[in-house]
Unconditional design. Structure first.
Length: 402
C-alpha cells in the first residue's frame, strides 16, 4: 500500500511572542524578544531570573468553563491552540469520521502549576482541600485527553514524553499514522507550562537552564558566551491531513511534511547519529543539502549541545555552508513539548511571507561557523529542515516543503 502524503492546513499558537499566529510571526520575524524577568512568582532568591511568560491569557476566553477547574495551565494552552488551529484550517470535526481523527501531542513537564498548588493545599490546609482533579490534571497526557473530549475525537492518538524531543516525537508518529492509513486528520502539537517555583527548580537541576539575569543575553544559542536555555511556556498545534483529504474539502495548504527521521546517539556527547538523522531526512525527501533554504536548529544553548549540533550541521552541509540557520526559540524560550512544532510553524510562515525567523546572538562562537539569521531577512523558502534533540541524545529532523 502506498503511503499518503501529509499536508498542514491549520496553525494555532499560544506563545510568549504572541497569541495567534499573526501576532507571533510579526514579533518573531522582526526579532522582538519575549523573554523577561519572571513575574509569575518572586524570583529574588531564585537561581534563575528570566523566562518566556505568556502575559495576557484568560482561559475563559477560549475554553469551556467546566474544563478550567479540572485542568492545568498547560492544558488550557493546548485547548486554546487547538481551537485556533481548527479555525485556521476551517475544519469542522463534527463533519468528520471521529474514528479517523487523532491527537498526537508532546509534553515533558505535566501540570506543575496545579501540582504546586496541590502541595500547598495538602500541607497547609489538609487533604480535603486539594483539588480532586489534580490526579488527572497534572498528567502529561491531560492535554491530549481533554482535546479528544472537547471535540469528540476517537481515532488513533498518543502522547509522548521525551525531554526536548517530546513534541518532535508526537509529530513524527502522528505523521506516520496518516501515512500508514490509520487517520485522515491529526491534531499534532505540544504544550508546556513549567513557569512555577517547583517546575523551574526541577529544570534548573538538569544544568541546562541559564542563570543569566539579563533577559537580552540569557538565551544565546551558538554564542561564545552561551550559558544554557531559558524556559518558555505555551502551545502550538498543527492540523495535519492526508493530501487527498485536504484537497477534497478545498482546504488551504500551508505546506507538506516531506520527510522525517528519528535516531538516537546512545552517547549524548556524540552527534554521529544526529548527523545521520539530518542526512536521512534530506535523502528521504529526494533532496540535496543545497536544496534546503533554512535550518531551524535545536539550539539548546549549552556549550556541549550547541557544539555537537554545530559540528553535525557543518558536516551535513559542507557543500552548502551558506544555508541560513535560525533558532527562533531564543526569542520566546524553549518550549520542550511544544518546541519542534513551533519551529515547523515558523518554517510554514516563512514560506508564506518570505521572511525568515530571527534569533538572539551577540558574539558568534568561532567554532560554530554557520550563517545565523540575527537580523530580519527576506528570502524565498521552498524547503526547511527542522531539528530537535533531547538531552539524552534522541534526535529528530523534518523536511518541510512548500
Amino acid at each position: 500500500m502506498s503511503k499518503h502524503d501529509v499536508v498542514i492546513t491549520g496553525i494555532g499558537i499560544i506563545n510568549p511572542a504572541g497569541i495567534g499566529k499573526d501576532e507571533f510571526w510579526q514579533n518573531v520575524s522582526t526579532g522582538k524578544s519575549a523573554i523577561r524577568e519572571i513575574s509569575r512568582f518572586d524570583s529574588t532568591d531564585f537561581p534563575t531570573k528570566v523566562a518566556g511568560e505568556i502575559a495576557e491569557f484568560e482561559p475563559a476566553d477560549y475554553i469551556p468553563r467546566r474544563f478550567i477547574v479540572k485542568t492545568d495551565r498547560f492544558t488550557h494552552y493546548a485547548l486554546a491552540a487547538t481551537e485556533f488551529a481548527l479555525q485556521d484550517a476551517a475544519l469542522d470535526l463534527t463533519q468528520e469520521d471521529s474514528y479517523r481523527v487523532g491527537v498526537w501531542f508532546g509534553n515533558n513537564a505535566g501540570g506543575w502549576d496545579i501540582c504546586e498548588r496541590g502541595f500547598y493545599e495538602l500541607y497547609n490546609d489538609g487533604a480535603t482541600m486539594v483539588n480532586p482533579w489534580q490526579a488527572t490534571a497534572w498528567f502529561p497526557t491531560a492535554a491530549q485527553g481533554y482535546v479528544t473530549i472537547r471535540y469528540g475525537i476517537r481515532g488513533y492518538s498518543k502522547s509522548f514524553v521525551c525531554d526536548r524531543a517530546s513534541g518532535a516525537s508526537g509529530l513524527y508518529f502522528g505523521v506516520k499514522s496518516i501515512q500508514e492509513g490509520f487517520n485522515d486528520v491529526v491534531i499534532a502539537g505540544g504544550s508546556e507550562a513549567p513557569i512555577t517555583r517547583f517546575g523551574m527548580t526541577c529544570y534548573y537541576e538538569t544544568g541546562e537552564v541559564s542563570a543569566a539575569t539579563d533577559p537580552e543575553k540569557a538565551y544565546l544559542p551558538f554564542d561564545r558566551n552561551r550559558t544554557g536555555l531559558v524556559l518558555g511556556e505555551g502551545s502550538t498545534v498543527l492540523v495535519l491531513e492526508s493530501e487527498e483529504h485536504a484537497r477534497n474539502r478545498g482546504a488551504k495548504i500551508y505546506g507538506k511534511v516531506v520527510s522525517g527521521c528519528m535516531t538516537t546517539d546512545t552517547d549524548p556527547t556524540s552527534g554521529v547519529h544526529f548527523e545521520r538523522c539530518m542526512t536521512r531526512a534530506i535523502q528521504s525527501a529526494q533532496l540535496q543539502p543545497k536544496d534546503i533554504d533554512v535550518i531551524l536548529a535545536e539550539g539548546c544553548g549549552t556549550q556541549q549541545s550547541d557544539r555537537i549540533e554545530g559540528e553535525a550541521i557543518s558536516s551535513v552541509f559542507a557543500q552548502a555552508p551558506d544555508v541560513a540557520v535560525s533558532v527562533p526559540k531564543a526569542l520566546y524560550g524553549h518550549l520542550y513539548g511544544a518546541s519542534c512544532v513551533t519551529e515547523v510553524a515558523c518554517s510554514l510562515l516563512a514560506m508564506e511571507t518570505e521572511q525568515l525567523p530571527t534569533m538572539s546572538q551577540t558574539e558568534p562562537d568561532p567554532d560554530c561557523r554557520l550563517n545565523f539569521v540575527t537580523q530580519p531577512q527576506s528570502r524565498t523558502v521552498r524547503y526547511a529542515l527542522v531539528n530537535s534533540r533531547a538531552r539524552e541524545g534522541v534526535n529528530a529532523s523534518f523536511v518541510i516543503g512548500k
